[in-house]
Design a protein around this ligand. Structure first.
Ligand SMILES: C[S@@+](CC[C@H](N)C(=O)[O-])C[C@H]1O[C@@H](n2cnc3c(N)ncnc32)[C@H](O)[C@@H]1O
Length: 438
C-alpha cells in the first residue's frame, strides 16, 4: 500500500479537513494520481465499509495491515525481541448519529461465525493483541489495545459459545453468528493501552452510560480516599434520560464510599434544548457528600447563618466566560463558606474548567487544587485563580446572604415565633391542609 495514501487516510479520519488539504497541497502530481487511483478503487466508493476502519485502526496502532479474510488483520515485528511477530485482530465499530434510536460507542465488537476451534486457536497465539476502535460517522474517536488472552474477555466469548452449542463442542457446519463483547470485558485489563484518543470530551459524549458511571464512581472514591475524615465534597450533576429511561446521579452515588448528606436543587432558571417530552428542566442537582468520622454519619452542625439558606439554590448560569459550562461564582462560594466558615483547608475540584471553584477557594482564604484535562481551560483556571481579586465583590454578594437576625435559640428564649416548635403555635388552616398531604 502506498504510504502517502496511508497518511491521507489517517488524516482523513482523525484530522480536520484543513489538515488534509495542507497535507495534499505540497504533493507532486504523480503522487496525487497514485493516491487517487487507490482511493477511488479501494476506499471512497466504500465510505462506510468496515475495511477502511480496520485499515486505519491497524495502521495507527503501528501494525501492517494484512488484506484478505483469513488470519489476523495485522502484524508487526516486536521492537524489543527481533524476529518475534506480534499479530492483531482489529474490531472497528462505527455508530451513526442519524440512526434511531441513537446508538453509542460501548467499546464493543464481535467475532462473526465463531467456534470453539477458533477460540482455542486464538488463545494459543502467544502474541495476539486485540485492537478495539470506535468511530462516529466514520470519524475515529479511540483505539484501545489489549492482549487477546485476557481472562475476562476470553471467558465472555466462551460463555456465548456454550450458550450456542449446548454440548460444549463444535457442530459441523454450525457457527456462533456473533460473539460480542463490550468495554466491561476488558476495561480492567492491566495491559490495556490507549493507542489513540481524539479527545476526552468527545469520548464522554459518545461513551456508553455504564462506562461513564463506573468512571464517576472511581473518581468519587479516589476523592473520598484523599479527603480528611469529616470532609465534604459537593458533586454537581444533572438528571438525564436515555431512550426514555431516567439516569439519576443517585444511582451511582449510592455505589460510592461517601455518605449522602443532602440533595440540593440548583435552580438555574434557564436551560437550553427545550423539547416537549417533559417539563422544562431548568434545575441541576448538587449532592453534599460527607466522609464520616467513625460512626458519626451526621457530622458537625452548620452555623445558623448558613443553615438558614434553603436547599434550593437559585443562581442563573454564568455569562461572559470562555468556558461553555461554568458555574456562577456564588455557587462554590456558598458551598465552601457554609461548610468551612472560618476554618481554613484545601479545596479540590477534579473537573475545574474555567476555575470558578478555585477562584472561590482563593477568595475565601483556602488552598486549592484543580484538575482539568484541557490545557486551554487549565490555563484559564490558573489565570482566574491568580486574578481572584477581580471577583471579590461578586463573592461578597453571596457572603452577605449568610446572616441571621436571631438564632432559633434566641427566638425561643424570647418567646418569639419559632414555627411549630413554639409554645403558642396554632396550626393555620393552610398548615393543616399541608400536613394532610405530607
Ligand atoms: C462542566 S465543566 C466544569 C466547569 C467548571 N465548574 C467551571 O465553572 O468552569 C467540566 C470540565 O471537566 C473537564 N474534564 C472532562 N473530563 C475530564 C477528566 N477526565 N479529567 C479532568 N478534567 C476533565 C472538561 O474539560 C471541562 O472543562
Amino acid at each position: 500500500m502506498n504510504q502517502e495514501l496511508i497518511n491521507v487516510i489517517k488524516i482523513y479520519s482523525t484530522g480536520s479537513h484543513e489538515e488534509l488539504n495542507s497535507y495534499i497541497l505540497g504533493k507532486s502530481k504523480d503522487v496525487l494520481i497514485g493516491m487517487l487511483n487507490d482511493l477511488l478503487t479501494m476506499y471512497i466508493n466504500d465510505k462506510n465499509s468496515s475495511t477502511i476502519r480496520e485499515f486505519i485502526t491497524v495502521n495507527i496502532a503501528g501494525y501492517k495491515h494484512k488484506e484478505g479474510k483469513i488470519g489476523y488483520n495485522g502484524f508487526k515485528q516486536d521492537s524489543f525481541v527481533s524476529g518475534k511477530t506480534i499479530m492483531c485482530e482489529a474490531k472497528p465499530k462505527n455508530v451513526d448519529t442519524n440512526s434511531k434510536p441513537l446508538r453509542k460507542l460501548n467499546g464493543g465488537g464481535n467475532f462473526t461465525d465463531y467456534t470453539f476451534a477458533r477460540l482455542k486457536k486464538d488463545k494459543k497465539e502467544k502474541n495476539l493483541n486485540m485492537l478495539i476502535s470506535g468511530f462516529v460517522d466514520g470519524k475515529l474517536i479511540y483505539i484501545l489495545e489489549f492482549p487477546f488472552n485476557y481472562n475476562t474477555f476470553t471467558k465472555r466469548l466462551e460463555e456465548q459459545l456454550h450458550h450456542r452449542f449446548k454440548g460444549g463442542k463444535d457442530m459441523s457446519g454450525q457457527y456462533l453468528r456473533s460473539a460480542n463483547f463490550d468495554y466491561k470485558y476488558f476495561i480492567d485489563c492491566r495491559n490495556l493501552r490507549t493507542v489513540y484518543l481524539l479527545n476526552r470530551e468527545k469520548l464522554e459524549q459518545y461513551k456508553a452510560e455504564d462506562v461513564y458511571q463506573k468512571n464517576q464512581i472511581e473518581v468519587l472514591n479516589e476523592l473520598f480516599r484523599v479527603a480528611k475524615t469529616g470532609g465534604s465534597f459537593f458533586y454537581n450533576h444533572k438528571v438525564r434520560w436515555e431512550k426514555g429511561k431516567m439516569l439519576h446521579p443517585i444511582d451511582w452515588l449510592k455505589k460510592t464510599k461517601w455518605e449522602m448528606r443532602q440533595e440540593i436543587i440548583w435552580d438555574r432558571m434557564i436551560a437550553a434544548n427545550i423539547r416537549g417530552w417533559r417539563f422544562w428542566q431548568v434545575e441541576e442537582r448538587i449532592y453534599w457528600l460527607y466522609k464520616p468520622q467513625g460512626n458519626d454519619l451526621i457530622g458537625e452542625e452548620l452555623k445558623s447563618k448558613h443553615a438558614l439558606l434553603s436547599s434550593i439554590w437559585r443562581f442563573s448560569p454564568e455569562q461572559n466566560n470562555l468556558h461553555p459550562a461554568p458555574f456562577p461564582l456564588a455557587l462554590p462560594v456558598r458551598a465552601i463558606y457554609s461548610v468551612m466558615d472560618d476554618k481554613r483547608g484545601l479545596i479540590i475540584d477534579p473537573y475545574c474548567g474555567s476555575g470558578t471553584t478555585l477562584a472561590a477557594a482563593k477568595i475565601l482564604g483556602h488552598d486549592y487544587l484543580g484538575i482539568e484535562i484541557s490545557q486551554e481551560y487549565a490555563k484559564l483556571a490558573e489565570k482566574r485563580a491568580r486574578n481572584f481579586r477581580e471577583e471579590i465583590d461578586c463573592a461578597n454578594e453571596e457572603i452577605s446572604r449568610h446572616f441571621v437576625m436571631k438564632t432559633f435559640k434566641e427566638r425561643k428564649e424570647n418567646g418569639e415565633f419559632t414555627g411549630r416548635y413554639g409554645k403558642n403555635y396554632r396550626k393555620s388552616k393552610e398548615q393543616k391542609t399541608l400536613e394532610l398531604f405530607a
